[in-house]
Design a protein. Structure first.
Length: 273
């Protein structure tokens, strides 16, 4: 906890330096742009708010390892929840209902984890996600070769739009039980690795939209001259059959997408990139 406090103090000092103001009586935009949460849940500080002039208030839950003191670059992971975890559902609902943010800690110890609670699964939330990523890259010591993203259900729709806008921000992206709503060309140009995983009979999306997104990207990579082997290193389609879910006690394939957080093959792919 002491190191976490030190890290927060370093951010505050940086913001004051940028604003050129050391007087607490002067409420500049730079020195007050973050409202820190006061509650914690399993190591996450809940309901921090980035006050963005162009994107409004952006709510997020934050895990910073106790070892972080700003002296060494850390990895960064963004996990976007499904509908049940959006902000209007209640503070922390994304963490209460999904385990991606907790399971990620088993793969990379020196990693900051951001679990936003946005307002929708469209372009507004995509722009807010980008603003939040840019904030962390600017204000924390982040290893920009290790910036990971995951989106489940509606969160996948949002994150696919983020990828269609700013794929260069990320090392790799895992899309779970969702559909692709973003542009493809920027992803191909940047060659950002993408892993698609969904149930074959997902009750909400089905699997055909995911297959289509995968085939579209694969064909674009082929047109760029990449071999099938090269493509397989940056693009994966993983369609799970009914047995995958039923063998783990789940009869609902869409809700069963939460099982992907405990799947070492899936999560391992993301954090090995």
């Amino acid at each position: 906890m002491r190191n976490k406090v030190i890290g927060i103090l370093l951010v505050v000092i940086t913001l004051f330096a940028v604003s050129g103001c050391g007087d607490s009586g002067n409420n500049t935009e730079e020195s007050t742009r973050i409202t820190e949460g006061t509650e914690e849940y399993r190591g996450f500080t809940l309901d921090n708010v980035l006050h963005s002039e162009s994107n409004g208030d952006i709510h997020y839950n934050l895990y910073v390892p106790d070892s972080y003191d700003g002296s060494e670059p850390y990895a960064l992971f963004f996990t976007l929840p499904g509908y049940e975890g959006l902000y209007f559902q209640g503070v922390g609902e994304n963490l209460y209902s999904e385990s991606f943010g907790f399971e990620a800690q088993n793969y990379i110890q020196d990693m900051i984890i951001v679990a936003p609670q946005l307002s929708d699964w469209g372009e507004t939330s995509a722009d807010q996600t980008i603003a939040l990523v840019e904030y962390f890259l600017a204000n924390y010591n982040i290893d920009e070769t290790r910036v990971y993203a995951e989106g489940y259900s509606g969160g996948g729709e949002t994150m696919s739009q983020v990828m269609g806008k700013r794929p260069e921000l990320f090392t790799a992206y895992l899309q779970c039980s969702s559909q692709w709503d973003g542009a493809y060309e920027p992803v191909v140009e940047n060659r950002t690795p993408v892993y698609f995983v969904i149930g074959e009979s997902d009750e909400y999306y089905g699997s055909e939209l995911t297959r289509k997104a995968y085939e579209t990207l694969r064909e674009m990579y082929r047109n760029e001259g990449l071999t099938d082997e090269e493509i397989s290193q940056i693009l994966v389609l993983d369609i799970k059959d009914a047995d995958y879910f039923e063998s783990q006690g789940m009869t609902n394939q869409h809700g069963g997408g939460g099982l992907f957080a405990q799947d070492e093959e899936i999560m391992g792919w993301l954090f090995e990139k």
